[in-house]
Design a protein around this ligand. Structure first.
Ligand code: ZN
Length: 211
């Protein structure tokens, strides 16, 4: 049975391969020797955050890891194996952890934080997001006025708090600490704004600002 979604994607792929080869006959063969990206990008899986398009990056430039709400959890081998490879084998020098506005994963964690008594069903998504919701709950308990903020403002604050939390969690891993003792690796936190297409870098000193 033909799958129209797959057919459409394959047709676009053939156009892509033909167009780039026509302009530069070595385009694809150049990449077969190996990869040496300078940057590890950790982002959300959201389909509206097209990493290579919005950064205008070429193949080989970015090593990209994505999951729901860009979570860096020490027990998540899927994420940690990618980080290990990027830092130890590829010797990546820059790590960017990028959240985005209107993140469904962060919003879900926010709902869990605001309604802690609710009995959420235990699912993989729930387990993945639970540490974030616990962090957001502490944030709300520390700054109760957050509950009065408009939803979109609170959502943006949570997105930024999440990015900062993931940076901390990465820095605390034995893997990152071992690498840091040997060489410098820069970590930056960013937020991509779906409304403008702009990626902004978070500054260091906003960690405890309640908004
Ligand atoms: Zn997201």
């Amino acid at each position: 049975m033909p799958n129209t979604t797959l057919e459409l994607l394959l047709a676009r792929n053939r156009n892509y391969a033909v167009r780039l080869s026509k302009n530069d006959s070595e385009y694809f063969s150049r990449h077969t020797a190996g990869q040496s990206p300078r940057c590890l990008w950790i982002g959300c899986a959201d389909s509206r955050v097209p990493v290579d398009i919005m950064l205008q990056s070429s193949p080989g430039e970015l090593f990209v890891l994505r999951n729901v709400a860009n979570q860096v959890l020490a027990h998540d081998d899927g994420m940690m194996s990618g980080i290990e490879y990027a830092l130890n084998s590829l010797q990546v020098e820059t790590v960017i952890i990028c959240g985005h506005t209107q993140c469904g994963g962060v919003d879900f964690a926010g709902v869990m934080a605001i309604t802690p008594g609710h009995n959420f069903q235990e699912t993989p998504l729930h387990r993945q997001i639970k540490p974030l919701s616990q962090m957001l709950l502490k944030h709300i308990q520390r700054y109760p006025a957050l509950r009065q903020l408009p939803q979109d403002h609170l959502s943006r604050l949570f997105v930024e708090a999440n990015v900062r939390q993931q940076i901390k969690q990465l820095q605390q891993t034995a893997l990152f600490q071992a690498v840091s003792q040997k060489r410098q690796v820069e970590i930056y936190g960013c937020v991509y704004d779906l409304k403008t297409g702009i990626v902004d870098v978070l500054t260091d000193d906003e960690n405890e600002v309640p908004g």
